[in-house]
Design a protein around this ligand. Structure first.
Ligand SMILES: [Zn+2]
Ligand SMILES: [Zn+2]
Length: 344
């Protein structure tokens, strides 16, 4: 696995000039530089209002879309994927048949070539889900319903299916596909809408170890993100996909408290817009970009201090470690300390 060193700050100008030279060589040779030393995956939590839509992209150009938000957000989702340079989706996953997860996928299937579709295959008779299944059939896309224990590769990434098992639970949310995205030592857990009941089963079976980035289950509903589950997975980052002023009261204060008590740096799409996390395979190095910067604070994935974006220390943080933070409360909840120089 690639070896990453923290650059010595005093040598940064020298390193910068090496990058300029390498970039020039790269442009002359008209081919991309070998990415071995700085390869990364990007996980983008696309703001689709109340619903989930998560794009996992590798730097060798593969894409997996997990859920597509509600039908009303389909157009926005397709436009966002185009703006991100997506031309083809290797995998589309519908974690479970609820409208806020599959609705927007109908337009996605009409707009992109799709390699294969993975689905919970939980029986559900809504018009939206039936239209979604018909679209897959009409387009002749390969379809399968993986179960816990299955796994597949997306270029350098291995995706392990952690849930469900057969027979499927009665509850539709609890039948969600749970995917663990493994990239070197980095782990990302995508949980659909599972409840604390399934979180407990996953915790008890011990299949989940340390998770770096958690997609908070069920839009931050109080039935999920239990203390036991957080204790076992100890995520560093969490993202809640939730709509502004939604009718469900998501996310619940209890979930926010649970995340705070474990110093998790939590983002939510209703406040921060689309959240994009870039992770290297070392399990330590990541950067976070948010669409709504709020008070525009910055931290590094390798320290516990946060700064104003204008602070001179921010210039010394490597781009692969820049973490955008929206406000003081978000930083303090995650256990960051304010910089003594810029006093954010
Ligand atoms: Zn949902
Ligand atoms: Zn649901």
């Amino acid at each position: 696995m690639a070896n990453f060193r923290i650059p010595d700050v005093r040598r940064l100008p020298a390193i910068a000039s090496i990058f300029v030279i390498l970039a020039l060589i790269g442009s002359v040779c008209a081919r991309p530089l070998s990415a071995a030393a700085d390869s990364a995956i990007t996980v983008t939590f696309i703001d689709v209002g109340q619903g989930d839509a998560i794009l996992v992209s590798t730097d060798d150009g593969r894409h997996m879309l997990v859920d597509g938000g509600p039908k009303a957000a389909g157009g926005k989702l397709v436009a966002t994927l185009h703006s991100m340079g997506v031309e083809h989706l290797d995998v589309v996953v519908s974690t479970h048949p609820h409208e806020d997860h599959v609705g927007g996928l109908i337009e996605v299937l009409d707009s992109f070539a799709v390699g294969k579709v993975l689905d919970s295959a939980k029986a559900h008779t809504s018009a939206t889900y039936e239209a979604y299944l018909s679209k897959i059939y009409e387009k002749g896309i390969a379809f399968s319903a993986p179960r816990a224990g299955d796994s597949f590769d997306l270029g350098p990434v291995t995706i392990k299916v952690r849930w469900p098992t057969e027979p499927l639970p009665q509850d539709i949310n609890d039948s969600s596909l749970v995917l663990e995205v493994a990239y070197g030592k980095s782990r990302i857990l995508l949980t659909g809408d599972i409840s604390g009941h399934v979180e407990r089963i996953l915790a008890d079976t011990g299949v989940l170890n340390h998770i770096h980035l958690l997609k908070v289950a069920h839009h931050g509903s109080r039935t999920s993100t239990t203390q036991t589950f957080l204790a076992q997975t100890s995520p560093r980052l969490a993202v809640i996909q939730v709509g502004q002023g939604n009718d469900y009261g998501h996310p619940s204060n209890q979930v926010l408290t649970n995340l705070r008590s474990r110093d998790v740096l939590a983002y939510r799409t209703d406040e921060h817009g689309t959240v994009s996390v870039k992770m290297r395979p070392d399990g330590k190095t990541f950067s976070v970009h948010i669409e709504q910067p709020g008070n525009d604070l910055r931290a590094s994935s390798s320290s516990d201090v946060f700064h104003r974006s204008s602070c001179r220390y921010v210039n010394t943080i490597d781009a692969s470690r820049i973490v955008m933070i929206s406000d003081r409360e978000q930083a303090m909840n995650a256990g960051y300390r304010p910089c003594k120089l810029c006093n954010p």
